[in-house]
Design a protein around this ligand. Structure first.
Ligand code: G4P
Length: 193
């Protein structure tokens, strides 16, 4: 997506060889016009999949999920919560997600009431790296008896395994921008469509 690629080129900062910092428009400060354009682009791509709801994970996925849900005609956004809770019961579906970026394991959870059995779910997230968050959200959908009808991503890190694995598994995955690699000088190199 042209506008997103431009924002990454203008504001993105490489941290080492594998982290793309985009706090200026996505992860700390949000560029409202851009996030709604991103949401529209994902909505155009996935409208024919007829999602009943969008599933994302707190925190940074929520803004893009909301923008996309709005463009899909105000379908609900459900965000998986992280960490444990006092109320753990069979009403809750949970999955363990290991983050290679943070080297931590999180439990993500959603109340079954918000993932009604038989729903068609579009998974949306801001970043795709190794795909653990998407795997965990897919697991929640399976436990709740829902169908994942697509995965929409803001920025995919093409040099990590998540995108290739999901495509190989036949997932309908669409990423608005793909970072091919970070070069020796710290330039963020984008994969052009
Ligand atoms: P994975 O789900 O694809 O396997 O990714 P991973 O566990 O490695 O990523 C964990 C967190 O780090 C996620 O957010 C993800 O969005 C974010 N992340 C991964 N790589 C990058 C990157 O290069 N740049 C930025 N800006 N974020 C990245 P999170 O920890 O759940 O944080 P938040 O949503 O609460 O902000």
């Amino acid at each position: 997506m042209k506008e997103l690629n431009e924002a990454i080129r203008k504001w993105g900062k490489a941290i080492g060889k594998d982290v793309v910092k985009v706090d200026m428009f996505l992860n700390h400060r949000i560029d409202t016009a851009l996030i709604f354009r991103m949401g529209e682009e994902l909505a155009d791509r996935f409208a024919s999949a007829r999602p009943d709801l969008i599933l994302t994970v707190e925190a940074s996925g929520i803004a893009l999920a909301l923008a996309c849900a709005r463009a899909l005609g105000n379908i609900p956004v459900v965000f998986a919560k992280k960490g444990s809770t006092v109320v753990q019961n069979e009403e809750m579906v949970t999955s363990k997600v290991y983050s290679f970026t943070h080297k931590t394991e999180n439990t993500i959870r959603v109340d079954r009431r918000y993932l009604p059995k038989g729903s068609r779910v579009l998974i949306v997230d801001d970043f795709l790296a190794d795909g653990q968050a998407v795997r965990g959200m897919t697991d929640l959908c399976v436990q709740a008896g829902c169908t994942v009808c697509g995965v929409g991503i803001g920025i995919e890190k093409g040099f990590q395994s998540g995108g290739d694995t999901l495509r190989r598994q036949g997932t309908d995955l669409y990423s608005l921008a793909i970072v091919d690699h970070i070069d020796e000088k710290g330039n963020i190199c984008l994969r052009e469509a």
